[in-house]
Design a protein around this ligand. Sequence first.
Ligand SMILES: C[S@@+](CC[C@H](N)C(=O)[O-])C[C@H]1O[C@@H](n2cnc3c(N)ncnc32)[C@H](O)[C@@H]1O
Length: 222
Amino acid sequence: MSYELKSARYLAREVLEKAVQAGDTVIDATMGNGHDTLTLCEAVGPEGRVYAFDIQKEAAEETEKLLQNHGVGERAILINAGHEHMKEYVKEPVSAVVFNLGWLPGGDHSITTRWETTFRAVQAALERLRPGGVLVICAYPGHAEGDRERKKLAGFLSGLDNREYNVLRQQFMNANAGAPECFVVQKNRDFKVVSRFPDMMESAGGPAQRFDERRQRTCLGK
Ligand SMILES: C[S@@+](CC[C@H](N)C(=O)[O-])C[C@H]1O[C@@H](n2cnc3c(N)ncnc32)[C@H](O)[C@@H]1O
């Protein structure tokens, strides 16, 4: 028998590969070194679009290189701004949103995702999801902010109305305390509510920075 139970990252990748179709619009909320952005660009194909966010310019630069090397750079809109500004940049419904929380691998560990901004972005992501769409979040509780973020996230997601969303949590119960976890939320196909979250984006503030002036499709530089 060759079947193996696999990690949180594996489940995240598997869900995205199954849920995203050619021509879709999707979001990578934490671009990092661009591996998830690349997976999404390959899944949406030449007619699709990937919005990718990161607060670090280095992340956008690395991602740009990776996408160009794979010949898919034109499918992505790289946004050098926090994912909490998602609603300002993404106006259309999306079929998937992925968060890979924490810090940039190989980067400054003090620059990490934080619950307050992750929460705003998760709310915005749920609003933008089309019926049947998926929100996939990998959380890393091996550091203090990651553990806090994981607990708050679990509390928020477990309170979502099950007539509107299905919520899955993957966790190896006998793993070390810091092992990653994966949360998957699917908006039900007959979802009717347009918006149940207060609009917190207006007060988010902060000018976004233009990452790549050549990208006319972006709405950066406010
Ligand atoms: C674990 S990494 C992401 C890895 C990435 N998905 C990949 O495939 O390489 C987490 C990223 O989140 C970014 N980040 C932190 N706070 C953020 C925020 N408010 N909005 C967007 N990205 C943020 C960090 O800069 C870091 O690059």
